[in-house]
Design a binder for this molecule. Structure first.
Ligand code: KG4
Ligand code: ZN
Length: 331
């Protein structure tokens, strides 16, 4: 009999549901909450309210697209954390209720583990083998992780301040770009030249820091705008290319160090920033086989939650119904 997993993701501002049948994706529905764009960042109260409004239609859309009746589901996987507590609560309550009503197992998934495990979906894209080096780069996280199995993750390094996505979003905001600025900055960077350089904080080991870069960009812009009030407008593409190059340089330097230190030969990317064209290109030069997630799996989605849940299900790692969401959760 087929193993059919319904995945539910509500950790931040995307309400998502997916259906996975024996590791193959049958439906992947994401409803992005555009209402945050005008606020320059995610407003937690708005996000949880939008999840409440959307969760039922999004799940129904995924089931109907997959042509699966909910009675045929084997288990339900949901994002337990990390993320915004109010947002996580919606997915947690929904997944629990449905698993109770259908009397099927509940699978509690770690969002960042899922960003890496999405590579195991049975599709045309190459799949890594354990062990591998994982680089998670999203709006809330930046970590280098040694992954020995679907349930064994060891953090080798992480950001001491902002996440890589946050660095894109915050510096993008300084340039007047709407939230999230990462994808727009990527697009503009491809039209510009990285001719400006910014200061960066150096941190020990395999850790990252993006706050020094952020401050350096802020002071640079202020100084330039004193002489030319239209400096940003006149140099937007070059500014985007320069900031993107600085962020990518910080990431690639530590990736190279981690590959040397661990001797791992495969690098697996996960998280929204893994869509970045500059990062994708720069990683081609590292001494490893690089696994980049297909673009629909880079930003938040439920396909990855269903996949991570499927791997847990195979290990009999099911959740008890009194489990609670966790805003902070180590990988
Ligand atoms: O993984 P994700 O969808 O959500 C979190 O778990 O945070 O990542 C969202 C982040 C945002 O900061 C967004 O600006 C960034 O990923 N992002 C990008 C690109 N696409 C998304 N950053 C740079 N270049 C991109 N192409
Ligand atoms: Zn994410």
């Amino acid at each position: 009999m087929a193993t059919i997993i319904l995945g539910i993701e509500t950790s931040c501002d995307d309400t998502a549901a997916a259906v996975l049948v024996d590791g193959k994706l049958r439906a992947n529905v994401v409803s992005q909450q555009l209402e945050h764009q005008t606020h320059g960042g995610v407003i937690p109260e708005l996000a949880s309210r939008a999840h409440v409004q959307r969760i039922v239609p999004v799940v129904e859309a995924a089931l109907s697209k997959a042509n699966i009746d909910k009675k045929d589901l084997t288990a339900i996987a949901y994002t337990q954390g990390p993320g915004l507590l109010g947002s996580l609560l919606v997915g947690n309550a929904f997944a629990k209720s449905l698993s109770l009503a259908l009397d099927i197992p509940l699978l509690a998934v770690h969002h960042m583990q899922a960003h890496l495990l999405v590579h195991f979906i049975d599709d045309d894209f190459p799949t890594p083998t354990f062990p591998f080096l994982g680089l998670t780069v999203s709006g809330g996280h930046t970590q280098l992780v040694q992954v020995d199995s679907a349930t064994s993750f060891t953090v080798l390094g992480e950001t001491k301040d902002d996440a890589a996505g946050e660095a894109f979003d915050k510096t993008g905001k300084m340039l007047g770009l709407p939230y999230p600025a990462g994808p727009i900055m990527d697009k503009y960077a491809q039209k510009g030249t990285a001719r400006f350089s910014f200061g960066k904080l150096s941190v020990e080991g395999l850790h990252f820091s993006f706050s020094g870069l952020k401050t350096s960009v802020l002071y640079f812009l202020r100084e330039q705008q004193d002489n030319d009030p239209k400096f940003i407008e006149n140099n937007l593409f070059d500014l985007c290319a320069s900031i993107q190059k600085s962020i990518v340089d910080i990431l690639v330097k530590k990736v190279a160090k981690a590959l040397t230190e661990t001797g791992l030969k495969q690098l697996v990317l996960g998280g929204g920033v893994s869509a970045n064209s500059g990062l994708r290109k720069a990683l081609e030069n590292t001494n490893s086989k690089v696994f980049l997630p297909p673009l629909p799996y880079t930003t938040d989605n439920a396909a990855m939650i269903a996949m991570a849940g499927f791997l847990k299900f195979k290990e009999n790692d099911t959740d008890v119904l009194n489990s609670e969401p966790k805003a902070r959760m180590s990988i």
